[in-house]
Design a protein. Structure first.
Length: 151
């Protein structure tokens, strides 16, 4: 999330009765819209209110004394936070990308369509999404076995 200079969640909007972050600039400069579950939006709103954030970046570095510093969250900080909490939870070696891959797999396991997961992750190629999910063609339980037109 590189482009969060606007006031907190100013880049969030409701589209099709769902919260989204619009114009998010991701890897390779690709601009996309990311859906945000209602419970996530509510949690962020509570956190923003409790933190007293009214302008600037939503995600920021905070020193041990509680003061914010720097220009926002870096990739290095995200790595540090993920590793710190993975260690506390006894999860071993986990990288931020593992969390992204887990999100994709959970979406797929709950019935998410491949193309929608591709949009969520911002992949240009569906093959990249398939690699994330570890998709393999099922012959024994083929998707076209029971589509409602069989005699």
């Amino acid at each position: 999330m590189k482009d969060l200079d606007a006031p907190p969640l100013a880049r969030s909007q409701q589209r099709e009765e769902h919260w989204v972050i619009v114009d998010l600039i991701g890897k390779g400069g690709h601009i996309r819209t990311v859906p945000v579950p209602e419970w996530v939006k509510e949690t962020i709103d509570l956190w923003v209110a409790a933190a007293g954030i009214s302008a600037g970046r939503l995600f920021r570095c905070v020193c041990r004394a509680g003061k914010h510093w720097g220009d926002g969250v870096t990739e290095r900080l995200v790595w540090h936070v993920v590793k710190q909490y993975a260690r506390k939870l006894g999860l071993g070696q986990i990288a931020p990308h593992d969390l992204r891959r887990s999100c994709a797999k959970l979406c797929h396991a709950s019935g998410g369509e491949l193309d929608q997961i591709q949009f969520l992750l911002g992949h240009v190629s569906v093959q990249t999404t398939e690699r994330y999910l570890g998709c393999k063609q099922r012959i024994r339980e083929a998707v076209n076995d029971h589509i409602g037109i069989e005699p």
